[in-house]
Structures are given as C-alpha cells and as structure tokens.
Design a protein around this ligand. Sequence first.
Ligand SMILES: C[S@@+](CC[C@H](N)C(=O)[O-])C[C@H]1O[C@@H](n2cnc3c(N)ncnc32)[C@H](O)[C@@H]1O
Length: 279
Amino acid sequence: MAAVATNTSISQGFYKPEEKVFCNDGRENQLLHFITTHPQLSAIRNSPQAVLAAIDEFARTKDFLMNVGPHKGALIADIIATERPSSILEIGGYIGYSAIMFGSTLRNTGVPDPRYVSLEMNTQFASVSRALVEIAGLSDIVEIREGACRASLQRLASGTLNQGPRSKKWDMLFLDHSKISYLNDLKLAEELGIVAPGSIVIADDMKRPGNPMYSDYVRADTATKVEAYMPFVGCLSDGGISLGNPYLVYKSTLLEGLEPTGLMDAVEISRCVDLVEKD
Ligand SMILES: C[S@@+](CC[C@H](N)C(=O)[O-])C[C@H]1O[C@@H](n2cnc3c(N)ncnc32)[C@H](O)[C@@H]1O
C-alpha cells in the first residue's frame, strides 16, 4: 500500500484563493466524495493527520475551503498540547477540519476523559463533518452538535446535552463562526458559566477581517466593562443579546499566523484569569 503523506500541506503550497462564493455550493459534498473515493482511503482511515492532508489536498487542487488551515491550526494545536485542557468547545465546525486537528491533539495529550464538542448550524456541513470525524477515528471524543450555537450553549450549560465536562465550565472555547456574533456569544458563554476563571478563549480571523468590538472587550479592564454594562442591567430582553459577566478578567494576546491561502491573519488568545468582587 502506498504511504499517505501526512505533513505535505505546508510544503506543497496554499489553498486556492477565496472567491465571492466560497462555501455551500456543493463543494462540501465533493470533498466527502473526494475522500471516500481516495485511492489511499484505507491508509487515510483512522489517521487524523492523513484526513487533514487529504482535506488540504482538495483545497489546494480543487476548491477553497474555509478551514482554520495547517498554519494557524498548528499555533492552536501547540496551545492545546501545552495547556492540556480536558474539554474543548468549538463554535463553527464547518466540515470538521479544526475538530479533527484539535480533537486529535487533545487525544494525544493523554488527559483523562477528553471531550471535544463542535457546534455547527448548517445541516449539510454537520453531516460532512461527522463523516470525516468518523473516518479520522475520532468519534469517541469528538461530538458534532448540529444547530444554532446559542440554543446549544444553553442546552450544554443546563446539562441537557450529556457530553461535556462535569462542571459548566469548559477549559477551552474556540470561536470560529460568524464574526459579528463572537462578542455576543462569548458574553452568553460568560453568563452561563461556560467561560470562567481557568478557561482559555481562542478567536480566529482577528486580522482578516478583524473584529474590533471583540478585541476591545477581551482586552478591556473590568472597570471599563462594568461601566459599559451597568446602564443595561435589568432591561427586559428576549435573550438574543447577552450582557456577559464584566467581572471576569482576561489576559489577552494576539498571535499572528497564516490563513491557508497564505495571507497573514491572527488569533486572539484570551485567558480568563480571575473573577473580581462586585463593589
Ligand atoms: C469559518 S467556518 C468554521 C471553520 C472550522 N472551525 C475549521 O477551521 O475547520 C464557520 C462555520 O460557522 C458556522 N456558523 C456560523 N454561525 C453559526 C452559529 N450561530 N451557530 C453555529 N454555527 C455557526 C457556519 O455554518 C460555518 O460552517
């Protein structure tokens, strides 16, 4: 059997450029077909690295895919390997590239009872992702949860989904969904106790396209956050907008890394280090 190249993505070049239409035009099913009919499928099975290499091969040679990619992905995988979280929650799973890369890294840390839950609202993307996670041999620790993330976050925190850590707090939250929703959904995760002291929040695409409202929030001191929060305390709400917990303290840094297309981007790493007393 021919050997499967597992680390060719970086050396063999970049993904095709992102065009006006960049997803949901049939390419996700074509990717699944590409992998399930791959001449090296038997060697790809149960090898997360080989599945990632096959996804990268598709995105280099056939069609762009909006994955975190091998470069920024490696930066985040290094943090997982060093910090050894037990539980990682991802918002925005797409076809499962990050879930396979980070789920595999999580498994390799050897932490007891590892859990990776990936929230994805698009039914078709969730089903491709589930299939690729299964081919990668990671279904035992990676769960693809279909649905809009705010409802899933509520269910996770209320314990009506039976996967996840025993407490409400998750050790790591990876934000990679609609950029405009990052801040509102982080605030919901704060209110629900999903993000708490000890959690690390990682946000993608912080340079391309960038997310000033989000970065201002995670870099602000608590006094500034409390001042912005106070006027709205007690307002009636339908639950669509979250106020968050301004008493949580983050230490936040920006880490530069390449998009899979070769353009420079960055991820924001925000460590929730404290919960200060209310005055
Ligand atoms: C950039 S892609 C995620 C890429 C993936 N993390 C990776 O690197 O392999 C963004 C995904 O977020 C999903 N998404 C956007 N808004 C969402 C929401 N509110 N709830 C759940 N998923 C959402 C989209 O359907 C899309 O698949």
